[in-house]
Design a protein around this ligand. Structure first.
Ligand code: GLU
Length: 492
């Protein structure tokens, strides 16, 4: 049994974004790789900003991604007694102290220090108050915060970060930081450590934005005589202008839900997110889940920030083109039965699903989605670019309409003629259909391409796709004939 225990502790103050999902993924990969356990802990102590909706969004998002956890969700707010106990313990053991300095006192001192170019840290006025003084202040009802007593040592405080190497600071640089507010509420910094100790967390994989707390937290572990976990601080995700990605500046494209709605395969998104901050050390970009688990190491997490290459100026690339390319790859190589399950979910949402696709038309359904997937980018494309295979209410795209239909007015006659010949064929096979189309082109003295492209346009609505005659077989004679006959509407 592995003693490795990891956690993903989101604050439920918004939706699950791709940065958070990536953190969860790295923890999950490491747990899977080492046989460790992953704990989901909702850090909901900021009651004003935490919402039920956000908790649900995070849980749903992780579930969709397939990032499962072994324990939890625990809720930080349910452990407030524990947090208070830890704060009191530090106080009782002389590792923390009550500070009665008022905000006004502190502001004045700060201004003076600023003017004199002195250190802006707390001057430790209350660190060594006598017991009598403390009792007196308390009986007078003076409010106080609790500060941690940073050891007055010479030298350097440090820890080894698995990603960034040695992180250190002079003890002198670390302020006697507040651990409990004047309203009695322990600060997040303390709660987070208390929870990690209680949950016996051995590895903390989290964003570099949390590093401002880490050295202080290292001191708390020491003061609480708890073994220090291994830290791995992962790079932040930036946009191409090196600004941190956020909903405010980038919109929905940073939400996991966006990818779900846009027809991404969950594993493809994981594959993309894994590479956004980690590299296998070679140029492999497509991973199965097993390969990723096998190859993932903390040491190979990048030190520098990752770039989410999203520009929002090309509608075809509604997100980072690399994410789309990875999705395409998985979409096109997924075992067909698995793909069928995904397409089914999409079709059910869009009203395109028919029970016979699971019954007598199962074989047809599998062959058809396999035929059309090589050009598709997302699951959405099956009901969109691929709509003509499953419904009659598909649209004819503008490009092929202009290029393949309107430029050749003769098709208004030629395609219905082809329809007649198809109807008359004893047997409607790909080969026969092709011979018939070529024969007609020859008789009419037009290029076969004119007939074939015209036919592609009215039968599928698309400019490009699989081999035309395979398409005809998938769509079936009856519908093909019907569509070839309604061509003249297009010229109106
Ligand atoms: N609750 C913090 C967040 O959502 C995580 C803190 C941590 O990983 O220690 O960013």
């Amino acid at each position: 049994m592995s003693d490795i225990r990891l956690r993903f502790p989101p604050s439920p103050t918004g939706y699950l974004h791709i940065g958070g999902a990536r953190t969860a993924l790295y923890n999950w990969l490491y747990a899977k790789k080492t046989g460790g356990k992953l704990i989901l802990r909702i850090e909901d102590t900021d009651t004003e900003r935490s919402t039920e909706e956000s908790i649900k969004g995070i849980v749903d998002g992780l579930t969709w991604l397939g990032i499962d956890w072994d324990e939890g969700p625990y809720f930080q707010s349910e452990f407030s007694d524990d947090h208070a106990r830890v704060a009191n313990r530090l106080l009782e053991e002389g590792k923390a102290y009550k500070c009665f300095c008022t905000k006004e006192d502190l502001d004045a001192k700060r201004e003076k220090a600023l003017a004199e170019k002195q250190s802006l840290g707390y001057d430790r006025t209350c660190r060594d108050l006598s017991k009598e003084q403390i009792d007196k202040n308390e009986s007078a009802g003076l409010p106080f915060v609790i500060r941690f007593k940073v050891p007055q040592r010479q030298g350097i405080l440090s820890y080894e970060d698995k990603v960034l190497g040695t992180i250190k600071s002079d003890y002198k640089e670390i302020d006697d930081f507040v651990i409990v507010r004047s309203n009695g509420k322990p600060l997040y910094l303390l709660c987070n450590v208390a929870d990690d100790i209680r949950d016996r967390i051995s590895h903390i994989i989290r964003g570099q934005d949390h590093m401002t707390n880490t050295l202080k937290q290292v001191l708390l572990y020491e003061a609480l005589a708890a073994p220090l976990p291994i830290f791995a601080h992962i790079p932040l995700t930036m946009d191409t202008k090196r600004a941190k990605i956020s909903k405010r500046s980038h919109g929905e494209v940073v939400a996991v839900q966006f990818y779900r709605e846009h027809g991404f395969l969950a594993w493809a998104l994981n594959n993309y997110l894994a590479l956004l901050g980690w590299s296998p050390g070679n140029d492999q970009e497509i991973f199965s889940q097993e390969e990723m688990i096998e190859q993932f190491t903390l040491e190979r997490i990048n030190k520098s920030h990752s770039i989410f290459n999203y520009r929002n100026n090309d509608p075809k690339f509604f997100t980072d083109p690399k994410a789309i390319a990875i999705n395409e790859h998985h979409l096109r190589s997924l075992p067909i039965d698995e793909l069928a399950n995904h397409v089914k979910v999409e079709f059910q949402k869009e009203g395109l699903w028919r029970e016979e696709y699971d019954g007598e038309k199962r074989a047809w359904f599998l062959t058809t989605i396999d035929l059309i997937r090589p050009r598709f980018h997302t699951l959405k494309d099956f009901g969109d670019m691929g709509r003509a295979y499953f419904a009659d209410d598909f649209t004819i795209c503008e490009k092929p309409l202009k290029k393949n239909i309107l430029k050749h007015p003769g098709l208004a006659d030629w395609l219905p003629q082809l329809a007649d010949r198809y109807e008359a064929l004893a047997e409607f096979t790909a080969e026969k259909a092709e011979d018939t189309a070529r024969q007609l082109a020859e008789e009419l003295d037009v290029k076969p391409g004119v007939i074939i492209n015209g036919m592609r346009t009215v039968v599928t609505g698309q400019l490009a796709g699989p081999s035309m005659f395979d398409i005809l077989m998938a769509i079936g004679r009856e519908k093909v004939v019907e569509r070839l006959r309604t061509t003249d509407n297009l010229y109106k």
